[in-house]
Design a protein around this ligand. Structure first.
Ligand SMILES: Cc1cc2nc3c(=O)[nH]c(=O)nc-3n(C[C@H](O)[C@H](O)[C@H](O)COP(=O)(O)OP(=O)(O)OC[C@H]3O[C@@H](n4cnc5c(N)ncnc54)[C@H](O)[C@@H]3O)c2cc1C
Ligand SMILES: *[C@@H]1O[C@H](CO)[C@@H](O)[C@H](O)[C@H]1NC(C)=O
Ligand SMILES: *[C@@H]1O[C@H](CO)[C@@H](O)[C@H](O)[C@H]1NC(C)=O
Ligand SMILES: *[C@@H]1O[C@H](CO)[C@@H](O)[C@H](O)[C@H]1NC(C)=O
Length: 541
């Protein structure tokens, strides 16, 4: 059971005299922990780091600190006043700064959190509810992207967004792409650690299925690549969840072929327009996982308040890797119930489709991808996920819509599987949701800061999740680790958890792959330095 912070008492005694020395030299500084960290960084890197650009602390300038903390954080729930805040934020400018940060956090016994794109659903990249004090390393200044069309590959640093990656690929070629997330502000660093699905998954699998190599800083501050980390660790980092095995500095990815012209559409139906759920039932039976793998049709469920009464709508939001005529042909044969017409379809380049499908208003210039912005305003949210292996019967759908209409601001997204997703074995990477999955459900509830009773939204989503149990996967009830959900279980202080407890939530994310993840974790990080509320636990004896 021997997991503890490495040498906390020892390092405190060691550093104390040094700190007083440092303090007298730089009397403007007011945060001892930060001073110790800076001193240690200097000793462990040869690359300078101008303090004004790299260190942000609440004592020196609280408005600047808040601005940096909030910058990429997506969930307002974890930015509230009551949430624990990092002692300071460090933005490394160089790989060796990341290496030194691991060495120094260990030496000083400071809990380290790190963030690439800040999209973690439970805020784990910038808030530690488990352990204090903690510091935040924000990788947003490490965002170089190097595209190599000749050998169909690219290196992307962790702090780059997927939108930037897509843009840089398209800049070099109109027939290359990458099959990662729909939301363009995702950080490539954290995103791929959970698998990374997007609108080309039925054709090419996940982002994590298309990784060739990686650069990672391990628990000893060593810089590793695929060859030096070994195939076990390389397997674990492509889907085993963020921040359990090391800090990814960059991913080398395999580019995929996209046609010059793709087609998108969004067709919205009210409940009245889909009487008897005929369209939705046909989507479940055929259109989700059985049509050509060039076609990705997801369903967005939302509740609209209309003239005092609420109504639910379903929007069929799609990308087809091909032209309009070919798409209309596929739809006429396979999914005529939707009634897709030529005027619903818009032909465009693949890069334009990434802007469309992420939700920016139509015809937004593709340069928006370089701004690292999400199309949606920031909000408080709670989400959950499920995987569906048998079509949900109409009786189940009726109750589901009833629940949906009870909510004030709820959303559901059903995303289709099949195609390549069903061909890749469950153990290829840690992401196990493959053959037999028809679609994934994401439930979301969101509310503004002004909401006086946020708990009712969380109650609603838990209630909805309870209602859906008979219709979704079971033993385990599978969940998507990129949609992290702490309701499923959490590690205790210092990341401690018995393997038995962790199996409850770990198996939901990873199924049988959990065992291999735990073995690898125990080998490469035996002191559990990389820990958070849902990090892969050690094999405890
Ligand atoms: C609006 C929105 C849309 C989304 N759309 C999709 C989608 O289309 N497809 C999909 O698959 N997922 C999607 N997600 C989920 C998303 O993939 C995950 O939240 C992912 O972890 C985000 O990565 P990040 O770097 O932006 O997040 P961060 O919050 O920075 O990190 C997430 C986790 O990974 C760890 N981490 C961060 N950087 C690194 C690194 N360099 N090395 C190791 N660990 C690291 C963090 O410590 C944290 O535990 C979406 C999320 C949001 C909020
Ligand atoms: C810094 O550079 C010197 C001289 O090149 C070298 O001896 C030392 O090991 C380097 N230190 C680090 C931490 O890289
Ligand atoms: C604090 O940071 C803000 C930027 O957020 C800047 O405008 C301001 O001048 C800074 N204040 C001090 C005292 O440095
Ligand atoms: C809204 O409802 C009122 C009263 O039921 C009705 O008179 C009005 O026409 C409705 N407006 C719309 C836009 O449907």
């Amino acid at each position: 059971m021997g997991i503890s912070k490495p040498f906390p008492v020892f390092s405190f005694l060691l550093i104390l005299p040094l700190y007083f020395l440092f303090y007298t030299i730089t009397p403007t500084s007011s945060a001892p922990m930060q001073d110790q960290f800076i001193t240690c960084l200097h000793e462990n890197t040869n690359v300078s780091f101008p303090l004004g650009e790299t260190f942000f602390d609440p004592v020196k300038n609280v408005s600047m600190f808040s601005q940096v903390l909030e910058s990429t954080s997506q969930n307002l729930r974890f930015l509230s006043k009551t949430m624990p805040k990092p002692e300071f934020i460090f933005k490394p400018l160089h790989e060796s700064h990341v290496q030194a940060s691991v060495i120094c956090s260990k030496k000083l016994g400071i809990h380290l959190r790190f963030r690439s794109g800040g999209h973690d659903y439970e805020g784990l990249s910038y808030v530690s509810e488990m352990e204090k004090p903690f510091i935040l390393m924000d990788l947003s200044k490490l965002r170089e992207i190097d595209i190599n069309i000749e050998d169909n590959s690219a290196w992307a640093q962790a702090g780059a967004t997927v939108g930037e990656l897509y843009y840089r690929i398209a800049e070099k070629s109109s027939v290359h792409g990458f099959p990662a997330g729909l939301c363009t502000s995702l950080g490539i660093g954290g995103h791929i650690t959970g698998g990374a699905y997007g609108s080309m998954m039925r054709k090419y699998g996940l982002g994590g299925d298309n990784v060739l190599d990686a650069k990672m800083v391990d628990v000893n501050g060593k810089l590793l690549d695929r060859a030096s980390m070994g195939e076990d660790t390389f397997w674990a980092i492509r889907g085993g969840g963020g921040a359990s095995f090391g800090i990814i500095l960059a991913w080398k990815i395999k580019l995929v072929q996209v046609p010059e012209t793709v087609t998108v559409f969004t067709v919205t139906k009210t409940l009245e327009q889909d009487l008897g759920n005929k369209i939705l039932s046909k989507w479940q039976a055929v259109a989700a996982d059985k049509l050509v793998e060039e076609l990705f049709i997801r369903v967005l469920f939302s509740v609209a308040a209309n003239n005092g009464s609420k109504s639910a709508t379903t929007s069929y939001n799609a990308l087809f890797l091909g032209g309009k005529d070919a798409l209309l042909n596929v739809m006429k044969k396979g999914f005529p119930e939707l009634g897709l017409t030529s005027s619903d379809c818009v032909e465009m380049s693949w890069i334009e489709s990434t802007v469309y499908i992420s939700g920016f208003p139509s015809r937004t210039p593709t340069t928006v991808l370089l701004q690292g912005k999400s199309p949606n305003p920031k909000i408080n949210f709670k989400a959950k996920s499920d995987f569906v292996k048998n079509p949900i019967p109409v009786s189940g759908l009726i109750g589901m819509f009833k629940k949906l209409l009870e909510a004030d601001s709820a959303l559901m997204i059903w995303n289709p599987y099949g195609g390549m997703m069903a061909e890749i074995p469950e153990s290829q990477i840690p992401f196990p949701h493959r053959k037999g999955v028809i679609f994934k459900i994401q439930y979301v509830t969101a509310w503004p800061n002004s909401d006086k009773r946020p708990s009712r939204h969380i109650n609603w989503i838990r209630d909805m999740y309870g209602y859906m149990m008979p219709y979704v996967s079971s033993n385990p009830r599978q969940a998507f680790v990129n949609y992290r959900d702490l309701d499923l279980g959490r590690n205790k202080k210092n990341g401690k958890m018995s393997f038995k407890q962790a199996q409850v939530w770990g198996a939901k994310y990873f199924k049988d792959n959990l065992n291999r993840l735990v073995m690898i974790k125990s080998k490469v990080d035996p002191e559990n330095f990389f820990r958070h509320e849902q990090s892969i636990p050690l094999l405890l004896v």
